[in-house]
Design a protein around this ligand. Sequence first.
Ligand SMILES: CSCCC(=O)/C(O)=C/O
Ligand SMILES: [Fe+2]
Ligand code: NI
Length: 184
Amino acid sequence: MAILQMEDGSKLTDLQSIIQELAPLGITLNYWSIGDNPELHHLLSQDSLDDAQKETVLTHLDHYFNELASTGYTSRDLIVLHPEVPNLDTMLSKFDKIHTHADDEVRYIVAGEGIFGFVRPDGSQVELTVQPQEYINVPAGTQHWFILTPAKRVKAVRYFCGTAGWVPKYTDIQIRVGRQVASV
Ligand SMILES: CSCCC(=O)/C(O)=C/O
Ligand SMILES: [Fe+2]
Ligand code: NI
């Protein structure tokens, strides 16, 4: 269940209210069902997955990729983050500073949770916790950051229309909004 933390520390959990607060950024946030396939749920319950298991997960969810492919998306992968991932903090340090991408950032959370932070057009900052079955599209050029919750676990499908556009371009704006604690 998505949680939006405002700069004053208040939190929204109603999806429509969250969507309204993110509207000035043009962010899409949708509920995409994972379905009830036992093999898929078993794989998603594991911390780490080998390449074949990742591809099995992606194949189970490719009906969503096929929809995006009709709008120009050409590839997808599954990012699997958990505390035992080597150099996890180094990898996360690429995303925990305010940055933009030349392409939309399109993610589908399928396990765990993560926090996207955004700088809104009026300069205010918000942090959005996204959880399983939530799809987010962060438009190209949006000033954002990404961190994990204390659980330090997330599995997300990443959709690409080419790879050059997802390289982070850092801005010099500092993050002000507080850090969320683990979700409810
Ligand atoms: C959960 S996706 C990993 C984070 C990422 O790709 C990114 O660009 C965050 O801003
Ligand atoms: Fe990003
Ligand atoms: Ni097993």
